[in-house]
Design a binder for this molecule. Structure first.
Ligand code: BES
Ligand code: MN
Ligand code: ZN
Length: 491
């Protein structure tokens, strides 16, 4: 899919489909231009079809003369509320309604928006909303998608925003593919293979620590989780080094549970055990981001991507509820619940990350059902003791089109993790469960290191699809990470 920002006036556009966004109650110039092109009956038709310009309103019509052209009109809502997110929704709605055709034109307003951001938002919305995944069907039935997409009527310089689109979308799509693939396909080895493929295609460094290497480093928490599975764990460390040296070192950690059965605290009815292939959504996000960053090659930042990949399974080898594990920083953990496994793998990953002496560390994890209850499936939780890093990530999310909400690191809740026998337990009480999970992780981060934890348990998957996410895996996190890293990784 190729994008461009031509200066063709709307009335002269001659591709297969023209998509136009209209505000609620819009009259005036743009509507007149449309009437000039499609005939004076257009406004009356909109009225008859009760198209009001509300978000979700969509109307298509076909003109046969002088040349066949399909017109898709979508509502953009109130002009006073127009922002990048409304623009993304409008562009995605047009893309989904456009139907077959090689050339798609989009005429959407961009008043009040930075032209490059507007172009990027539209292009990403079109490409990402038309993504389909036919890998696991014996007969593919993918609909054709446009080859050429023109973004019409944008201010000069807008095309500059298109430069990062292909790489970013490829990163999001990689993450979606990893998350959507079943647990018998995306195994810890498959995650390591994916990292190897990125490394060789874009010239990154890759180190994969095997079980014995992790034992030598004392990663008892991570290995404890992995020990019930017959698939060996893979501790993945992928490094991007910019040309010309770097002034900042950033670490991105992703939870990489390729399946989470819960272990002996087995996930029972209603706990969505059959969906736990997506428990590697954090690793998918950081690998997708690595893929994008490796292609975009931002200057001045060194990026380390870490995934402690494994499965949480049941067997004679598996940890028992009540086992005490020792993490690589020497802390002992009483495993009072084997289903709180993500934080055990992240504990050793965080200790390893701190050893790289970074300027900032961000972890992404499908960590708690409690976060899903708190924020639903459109907003991820963000915990950070650093106001600067929190603000930078919130802003990166806003411009990338992913929603986060900063949550409290309520220090007094730490007492919920007190163990009568070890340094700590791995789970506290159910209320505030997403907060105690973040507090647990904080114990493995040296004081003073800028660190943020993103709980993406709700946002990695969308049952029905929304905005530019088709139903299924969303690839959530990639756009925020790419944005944050490209901006220098402020913390
Ligand atoms: N992978 C799950 C969290 C999860 C739940 C993600 C639902 C997506 C949807 C995690 O490993 C887990 O099982 N967490 C437990 C923690 C509890 C035992 C303290 C949970 O949230 O129930
Ligand atoms: Mn679990
Ligand atoms: Zn899990």
């Amino acid at each position: 899919m190729q994008f461009s920002c031509p200066s063709t006036p709307l009335a002269e556009w001659s591709g297969d489909t023209l998509g136009v966004g209209l505000f609620q109650g819009e009259t005036g110039e743009r509507l007149e231009a449309l009437e000039a092109r499609f005939g004076p009956g257009l406004q009356a038709l909109l009225e008859r079809q009760s198209f009001k310009g509300k978000p979700g309103d969509c109307l298509s019509l076909t003109q046969l003369q002088p040349a066949p052209l399909r017109l898709v009109l979508v509502g953009l809502g109130e002009p006073g509320r127009f922002d990048l997110e409304a623009l993304r929704s409008g562009a995605a709605a047009i893309a989904k309604a456009a139907g077959p055709g090689k050339e798609l034109g989009l005429a959407l307003p961009s008043e009040g928006l930075e032209p490059r951001s507007a172009a990027r938002a539209m292009a990403e919305a079109v490409r990402l909303s038309l993504y389909t995944d036919q890998r696991f069907r014996s007969e593919a039935d993918a609909k054709p998608i446009p080859e050429l997409v023109s973004l019409l009527g944008l201010a000069e310089g807008a095309a500059g925003g298109l430069e990062s689109v292909a790489a970013t979308c490829a990163g999001v799509e990689l993450a979606r593919q990893l998350v959507a693939a079943p647990p018998n396909v995306v195994t810890p080895q498959a995650l390591a293979d994916t990292a190897a493929a990125i490394a060789s295609e874009f010239g990154l460094e890759l180190k994969v620590l095997e079980r014995a290497d992790c034992e030598a480093l004392g990663m008892g928490a991570y290995l404890g989780v992995a020990q019930g599975s017959s698939l060996p764990p893979k501790f993945i460390h992928l490094t991007y080094r910019p040309l010309g040296g770097s002034s900042r070192r950033l670490v991105l950690i992703g939870k990489g549970l390729t399946f989470d059965s819960g272990g002996y605290n087995l996930k029972t009815g209603g706990s969505q055990i059959e969906m736990m292939k997506y428990d590697m959504g954090g690793s998918a996000a950081v690998l997708g981001a690595a893929r994008a960053i490796a292609e975009l090659r931002p200057a001045g930042v060194e990026v380390h991507v870490i995934v402690a990949a494994c499965e949480n399974m049941i067997s004679g080898e598996a940890i028992h509820p009540g086992d005490i594990l020792t993490a690589s920083n020497g802390k002992t953990i009483e495993v009072n619940n084997t289903d709180a496994e993500g934080r055990l793998t992240l504990a050793d990953a965080l200790v390893y990350a701190a050893g790289l002496e970074p300027d900032a560390v961000v972890d992404l994890a499908t960590l708690t059902g409690a976060c899903v209850i708190a924020l639903g499936d459109e907003i991820a939780g963000l915990w950070s003791p650093s106001d600067t890093l929190a603000a930078a990530l919130l802003e990166a999310g806003r411009s990338g089109g992913e929603a986060f909400w900063r949550m409290p690191m309520q220090a007094s809740y730490k007492k919920g993790l007190k163990s009568p026998v070890a340094d700590m337990k791995n789970t506290g009480p159910r209320p505030g469960g997403a907060i105690t999970a973040a507090l647990f992780l904080q114990d493995f981060v040296p004081a003073g290191l800028a660190w943020a934890h993103l709980d993406i348990a709700g946002t990695v998957w969308s049952d029905k699809g929304r905005g530019l996410d088709p139903a299924g895996a969303t690839g959530f996190g990639v756009r925020t990470l790419v944005e944050w890293v490209s901006g220098g990784g402020a913390a």
